[in-house]
Design a protein around this ligand. Sequence first.
Ligand code: OXD
Ligand code: MN
Length: 590
Amino acid sequence: MLTNNKNVLKWVDEMVALCKPDNVVWIDGSEEQLQALREEAISTGEMEALNNEKLPGCLLHRTDPTDVARVEDRTFICSNTKENAGPTNNWKDPEEMWAILEPMYNGVMKGKTMYVIPYSMGPIGSKMSKVGVEVTDSIYVVLNMDIMTRMGKDAFVQLGDTSNDFVRGLHAKADLDPEKRYICHFPEKNSICSINSGYGGNVLLGKKCFALRIASYQGKNEGWMAEHMLILGIENPQGEVKYICAAFPSACGKTNLAMLIPPEIYAKQGYKVWTVGDDIAWLRQGDDGRLWAINPENGFFGVAPGTNLKSNPNALHTTERDTIFTNVVHNLDDDTVWWEGLDKNPPKHALDWKGNPWDGTTSTEKGAHPNSRFTAPARNCPCISKEFNNPQGVPISAIVFGGRRAKTAPLVYQSFDWAHGVFVGSIMASETTAAAAGAVGVVRRDPMAMLPFCGYNMGDYFAHWLEMGEKLGDKAPKIFNVNWFRTDDEGHFIWPGFGDNMRVLMWILDRCEGKADAVETAIGYEPKPEDINLEGLNLSIDTLKELLTVDPQLWKEDADGIEAFYAKFGDKLPAKLREELNSLKDRLSK
Ligand code: OXD
Ligand code: MN
């Protein structure tokens, strides 16, 4: 036992009595214990060791082919009332849900070992951090949690001997039956239950389940925010660093933006970009009145396909050691890994993500699953911020929202003020692409990129954002919206994206410091075209003007879509947001 905390001991006893494992192992986080677990997982075939020279300390794992992604339709917010979960979550009464779950957990670990994982989300010693305890029957989970969180006995020091403020996470792989897969959150009970899955997003309970769904609910009650945001710092040639948080729906390049490489014109002047986080930010008002952020995670759970030396060299270097690869191609010639979009040399003698023989030079099937992943330690990242472990976090100058819009949203605009910024975040949307099943170009609203991750009524969540703005007053970060995905009439992206996105971030920071001008439009403040630095870029000022155009007709149609979306929230929608929508309509018709 690693703690005297009676609340922890009592809960673990209950979980043991329910799941009936043969053994219970408390994870202290020591290298000896971890190494023994790696060896055990390798000996049972659960994980495979990779080439120790080319990929030292790296492991490969394959999940069940029916278990490769988060399952939103099997994810539930079991609040005491349906209203507390709100119209955007699946809800089930907590008792009814437990009546379904309890028999499934009863004896589920017979013949197995239960691992008890203490972990901290956020740096040990930070007032912004929170502790969780996950019990699981999976070594894969233990080894991933080691990378993604601060795992081990220090987390119990962070919790203390008497506190009851820890998130209880119960995970069992069971038979991986998709029909019986459940990812359930009990916000009022500070607890999470996951069963019949072994895929990261469903089983690394510190990540989406705790750090977003449960934490968003805690944040509302305790006056802070848990957001689906990357955090990056831009250092100027004088050595001053300004921090930006940015929210994008899944698969809009958050990890790439978080680790961006400055274009030559900035690099040669001495600008640098530092990564604090690529997925989740916890934000609190600091003693100075400003908004401060920590990244509660300790690693990156990134999508492998498409990661390459051009799109994201920093991410690729991060995965060169001590990384767990899930559902990628296993190159049998040299015991390394491969995925679509890594390079143009797929291996000939390989196993695909299902473990079947695969010849990348002839096969028409994909070798890696499109949602295959790397779990890599933040310390490996060449551009990791030196503030990464700072218990105070970093002060945020700007909040950026973004989506994938072919025509509607301009490259960048700034909200008129905080409340208007909350409106801008609440109407975030992406258009479906040909990559996903279903119709192309359908607008999917994803407020603040939190649609699948808000652990309570999203109407109350909007109200919480508005309240945070009142508390922050004139110290509040400025709010912006970006769209890297405008297309021309042939459907090609107009803006180059990747590192060149820094040109837009520079205007954003200049606005925060009152150094750049803007043009007032119906939707917000836009840059003067000459204020976006195009040096070294093969893009004309006329094209930039096109990227900044706002088509009132498209926006009027969008306003109708927003109206319909807002209707879902009934009287939970803050009046202020309805006013913002009406003001937008007025401005558009002028
Ligand atoms: C993720 C997601 O895996 O947002 O980060 O889906
Ligand atoms: Mn995410």
